[in-house]
Write a protein that binds this ligand. Structure first.
Ligand code: 1CP
Length: 343
């Protein structure tokens, strides 16, 4: 196995960690903005395979990354299940809301998703043919809890309040929604792997708001475990990176409980803590504060070096604690990579 990212995910400790960045294809790159303008809007960009493949490849032409992440969005799956989805310029995504059991039951069956999502599989096929041989292709989906928060509220919410309210008002209906998303996610990710994705990442961006232990077990850990287990049964050896953002101490044991090969860290936990408590169980990815790619300077160099050194005695993938922001300076990405490789 020669690809560095796959070696780290298999548990190997490497002299320098593989590097990629969350949202590495995005608005901080002028070439991304140009291609998005050509597509017309964000969803057309996601659903036009040639253009989605083009923006996936753009950051690799500038930066020496070890991985490419499919360009798509976690909200395409709800759309394929029957939610309406649109983007409001300057504000973000909007979906039709789910507030009743009848609406959960009216969602399309999991195997109906492929019709709408087939352009995503085509993007992956294009990428699999075009990526340099040392670059790993990452496919992804949202984890069921995070996807459910958007399907229920119809938008991003600061405290995921509407999803918590639905869970309290009708736990059976809420569980049914989580099950529907879980089943569809398994089919979606299997199709991504069949098209050529070599690693899967599950984004549970709002896992941290599941503060009750039973809720966390039932709606963050268990759906992730089911997805990982089903993917590994269908596609033995497929590595999975889990990103249960905001779990803090709860990151401990997450890889073992879910079967994930790697946990991705936000920037709320320290790399020294992660080296002590997480690297014994799995590979660790993260956790540079994306703010440092705006501000740059010595703080960026020293923090990138500190993370790299703290995690050097176990399997590690260098990444950010969350996505790079539109106001980041691309030159700071180059400096970050140099700092990691020189640490
Ligand atoms: O204007 C634009 O060009 C749209 C900005 C944008 C981009 C570049 C959105 C809208 N999605 C994406 C791409 C995207 N989203 C990727 C592509 C691969 C890459 O990383 O380069 C990925 C993996 C995602 C995942 C995603 N979408 C998450 C999970 C990760 C995270 O950021 O926490 C979430 C929560 C979304 C929903 C979403 N899509 C877009 C926005 C602005 C949001 C957040 C909405 C909100 O919470 O209010």
């Amino acid at each position: 196995m020669t690809k560095l990212l796959l070696r780290a995910l298999a548990g190997e400790t490497l002299p320098t960690p593989p590097i990629w960045m969350m949202r590495q294809a995005g608005r901080y790159l002028p070439e991304y903005r140009a291609t998005r303008a050509k597509a017309g809007d964000f969803l057309s960009l996601c659903y036009t395979p040639e253009l989605a493949a083009e923006v996936t490849l753009q950051p690799l032409r500038r930066f020496d990354f070890d991985a490419a992440i499919l360009f798509a969005d976690i909200l395409l799956l709800p759309q394929a299940l029957g939610s309406e989805l649109w983007f409001v310029t300057g504000e973000g995504p909007r979906l039709s809301t789910i507030t009743t059991r009848a609406q959960v039951d009216a969602l399309k069956p999991g195997d109906a998703i492929h019709e709408r999502l087939s352009p995503i599989y085509e993007t992956i096929r294009i990428l699999a043919g075009e990526l340099p041989k040392e670059t790993t292709l990452i496919g992804f989906a949202g984890a069921p809890w995070t996807v459910a928060t958007y399907m229920i509220a119809g938008r991003g919410t600061p405290d995921q309040g509407p999803a918590h309210d639905f869970k309290t008002a009708d736990r059976a209906a809420f569980s049914a929604l989580i099950d529907r998303i879980t089943e569809a996610t398994i089919l979606y990710l299997s199709a991504q792997i069949e098209a050529g994705a070599e690693v899967i990442k599950l984004f549970d961006s709002w896992a941290g708001s599941l503060r009750d232990e039973n809720d966390r077990h039932e709606f963050a850990i268990e759906p992730t475990r089911r997805i990982v287990s089903a993917l590994k049964t269908r596609h033995p050896g497929i590595p999975v990176i889990a990103f249960p953002r905001g779990l803090g101490e709860g990151y401990r044991g997450f890889a073992q409980a879910t079967g994930a090969d790697c946990v991705a860290l936000d920037n709320s936990v320290s790399p020294d803590w992660a080296a002590r408590h997480l690297q014994c169980d799995s590979c660790v990815q993260g956790n540079l504060d994306p703010q440092l790619l705006i501000t740059g300077g010595d703080a960026l160099i020293s923090e990138a070096g500190r993370i790299t050194r703290a995690l050097r005695n176990g399997p590690h993938i260098f990444n950010l604690g969350h996505g790079i922001t539109p106001d980041a300076d691309p030159d700071n990405v180059t400096r970050m990579i140099e700092a990691v490789r020189g640490a």
